[in-house]
Design a protein around this ligand. Sequence first.
Ligand SMILES: Cc1cc2nc3c(=O)[nH]c(=O)nc-3n(C[C@H](O)[C@H](O)[C@H](O)COP(=O)(O)OP(=O)(O)OC[C@H]3O[C@@H](n4cnc5c(N)ncnc54)[C@H](O)[C@@H]3O)c2cc1C
Length: 564
Amino acid sequence: MSGNSQVVIVGAGFSGITASKILAQAGVNVILIDRNSYNTFIPLLYQVATGLLQPQQVIYPVSRILKNYPQARFLQAEVNDTDFERQIIHTHAGEIDYNYLVLATGSQPQFAEVPGASEYGKPLVSLSDAVKLRQHLLTCIEQAQQELSPEQCKMLLTFVIVGGGPTGVEMAGGLCELLNSLLTKNYPQLRQLSEVILLQSRDRLLVSFPEKLSRYTAQHLQKMGVKLQFSSRVQRVSPEGVQLEDGTIIPTATTIWTAGVEANPATDTENLPTARKGKIVVQPTLQIPNYDHVYAVGDVAYVKLGDEALAGVAPEALQQGEATAHNILRQIRGKSPQPFEYIDKGRAAIIGRNAGVVSKDKLQLQGILGWLIWLGIHFYYLPGGRNRLNVVYSWICDNIQQSRFVKPILSPYPEFKSLYPHNKPILTVSQGAKPMKYIPLVGRSFLSSIFLYSAITKIFGFAGTQQMIADRGLPFPTLMLLGNIIFQLVGGISLILGYKTRIGALVLIAFLIPTTLVFHNFLADPAETTAFLKNLALIGALLMVSYFGAGPVSLDTGSGVDKI
Ligand SMILES: Cc1cc2nc3c(=O)[nH]c(=O)nc-3n(C[C@H](O)[C@H](O)[C@H](O)COP(=O)(O)OP(=O)(O)OC[C@H]3O[C@@H](n4cnc5c(N)ncnc54)[C@H](O)[C@@H]3O)c2cc1C
């Protein structure tokens, strides 16, 4: 339908991906550009930073998201500037021309010109921010365990979070849970010394939520041990601490900057109308004034509906991506674009385990119900079925165990290379024995026992088994028996040791399927029904292992380093 129209979309976030899919589905040629090869699920970044999730659980390859959209091409490149007159964008990989352009480049931390904030404050808007923050937190905790000076120890264990919006609140709750997990049992005196301080410039937390929910949030955080300071503005950040406007100095090695974000336009905005937070002011149709073929959507756009500007949350970005795609389709068909209409989906924030807040019109939910709704929403929107399962598994484990097996991250991703110049983890956190971590080992041992036992009995009863195979009329009985023994030994040993476990499980499945069909075919012989179902159960268990891997206490994860 597109003729030769080419739509270039910069930014593979919530809005860019949505627009790409709709346009490609309609047969339009789309080039989606992002600096990363993956889409980041930003709302779960704080869970990476606080050790609840692994980085790979919150990212998903863009090429895989677009795999069913042949009209859409993904290009990994950094966009430096755009030339709206010549309809060209400049990337580090070269120039690309477009018929329609969508700027969906999201946001970046806003340091509000506070001296030292951009140098020493730790932002949380990208995956690399989350990974760096996690490494920093673990380093502080580990160094504190070895620190002899009480002042230094206190400074290492004081964590200041600037900004009492949803990210600040989520980070404060998550950080308390991390500290409880790492320190309460093994170093109770250090847990007592540690402090999470949440600084809020306003007189309440979560100002975009109703007051009742703000109060609940504050009470819950205080119960978790967070120290709240309202009407506190930061004047300066340094490596040794935070100075407030009233002159107070809080000694800390960690200032987490969640005090807001601003537009990240990826283009020179000098000749564009901009508003608060550097956002590009767009027309009601989301087009940039004077450039009918250029749209700005999501966090980068200043969209005013009535008297109020949109805040910059994911549902807005999703809906703007959708509206933009439909407007471009209208333009291609020679029709005029339509004004964007927003359907408010409400707000949700999580405070900690079993505590969240949700507000939608008059509906106000708090506590476990708010928490469950928050989890449900994020589960629904997280890209990738496997990621979803992994994340839910992590949430369930965290809730049952109430502790985290936090490990440093050794990453092959180039963007993290500077963090690990020698490709070594910077620390390991010893947590003592946790009984739960032996459960997968016990499970793997039980599962492998039947295969090892069967292989050993066949070795000792080689001639008899060989005869039995021959009696069934199967060809090459010796070869088949040898293969049978090798498959069971290799798979069984792989399971017990947890070495190349996924492959081991697949080897056993490959052995079980023909064996079950030939020797335990219940259709041919109803007496084989139980044996058939037993083998089916084994295949089921092996499928679980091949999907989830060996788990802890295994050679696959034995290095103690998470690879992403
Ligand atoms: C920590 C945090 C937590 C949040 N939690 C929630 C939440 O719980 N619920 C909610 O509704 N909202 C939440 N938000 C807001 C929400 O994430 C954003 O509103 C949403 O991501 C905006 O989507 P977007 O499409 O505009 O941009 P993004 O999703 O940010 O995507 C922008 C993309 O552009 C790419 N890009 C940027 N510059 C360039 C360039 N120069 N060249 C190439 N590519 C580029 C980036 O790599 C990125 O992939 C949160 C935000 C943050 C920072």
